[in-house]
Design a protein around this ligand. Structure first.
Ligand code: ZN
Length: 55
């Protein structure tokens, strides 16, 4: 199971990439399936359409 603690709020909201943290805009793909936190809140993580840039 995905550990949501490793993601910040913007990543959980799909604003930034779940892997590199880059701002996604219109260019993104799903990062795996939906994940849930301990309260049952469901999130869809997104990541860069192109290979991520390691910072
Ligand atoms: Zn990325």
């Amino acid at each position: 199971m995905t550990d949501l603690a490793q993601f910040d709020g913007q990543q959980l909201a799909g604003i930034t990439c779940a892997r590199c943290g880059r701002h996604l805009g219109a260019w993104a793909r799903r990062h795996g399936g939906p994940v849930r936190d301990e309260r049952g809140q469901e999130y869809q993580l997104w990541r860069c359409l192109e290979p991520c840039v390691r910072r």
